[in-house]
Design a protein around this ligand. Sequence first.
Ligand code: NAD
Ligand code: DAU
Length: 350
Amino acid sequence: MNPTILITGGAGFIGSHVVRLFVTKYPAYRIVNLDALTYAGNLENLRDIEQAANYVFEKVDLLDAAELERVFQTYQPDGVIHLAAESHVDRSILSPLDFVYTNVVGTVNLLNAAKKQWANSFEGKRFYHVSTDEVYGALGETGLFTEETPYDPNSPYSASKAASDHFVRAYGETYHMPFVLTNCSNNYGPYHFPEKLIPLFINNIINNKPLPVYGDGLYTRDWLFVKDHAVAIDMVYHKGKNGETYNIGGFNEWKNIDLVKLLCKLMDEKLGRTTGTSLQLITYVKDRPGHDRRYAIDATKINRELGWTPSVTFEEGLSQTIDWYLQNTEWLEHVTSGAYQQYYEKQYAS
Ligand code: NAD
Ligand code: DAU
């Protein structure tokens, strides 16, 4: 029998790339995309594949346990790739409980639905939880997060993701549910919601709006092109060992201010503006509370055991990303209308 895979959060940024990869690469699989379509979920992200014969969409909230059970009974998935989450750190500071509900309670609801459906046998089944490097806390000037780094989450977002990781491992230990888990660094690329640093700044440069750099701008993130993350997820889903964790990262650390300066340079070139024009938009603003100083991933294990390595350089990926946003202004206009404006005013009020 051909496998059915349930992908949650498939209408979001990373999820849409994962759904696209699985639907096109595995025509014999049935891919069920389960998503509540929150502000971050958008079916426009999947227009090119939504008519595919092996693709089904289900609008379901992870908090609706009965609906989750119905989806499991209807499709009887062999595997779950769980990406649905509240994903933005600044929103978690404004509204922590939303993150507890979706990321913690929602994940446990999903685990329960899978456990019930797979009660007869876990043979050939797999629960894959997609998580973040933020569970490890903050690094100083040196060092890398490995799979052995102790959890030390600092934001309500990372605390909720850490809790969901613990629940997945607990279901593995307690009920013997087969699982794999990955913790990935910062993604960037097409369909990234413009509340996150790179798409927010691209959108603001297009519209000649200030670029709000938090604090001293010397915070460091490790950036990975989203399509490389999707490839890693495919490898871990198919070849990862049960009960294992794999860290995923780009070996690509950038201080925020250096990244913003590179972005300004590329945007000026692509928009035909005089060099230095976008730099003038940089505005230092008050810092994010509890801002983690540095993240950096040691991705040696996934490289050594599964042969995964990033394929796109940062300059190539960033250039492709900017081109995508410049060619998809309608998408940007749709996602930045309505509620986005209220969020923006609240978050960036001085
Ligand atoms: P996103 O915010 O772009 O998308 C989240 C998706 O989940 C949306 O489609 C949304 O509609 C859906 N969703 C939210 N609440 C839901 C609910 N209650 N029920 C059903 N669906 C719901 O997020 P993303 O950036 O694509 O991240 C996807 C996953 O990867 C998350 O679990 C996140 O923690 C993790 N992650 C993200 C990054 C990153 O850099 N973006 C890095 C590492 C890990
Ligand atoms: O590390 C993985 C995580 O990366 C994911 O788990 C999260 O879902 C994802 O949102 C991302 O979290 P960050 O907080 O690192 O990403 P964000 O784009 O919000 O911020 C990146 C850096 O830029 C961070 O140091 C804060 C800073 N920043 C961000 C915004 C939105 C600014 O200086 N100004 C801004 O306006």
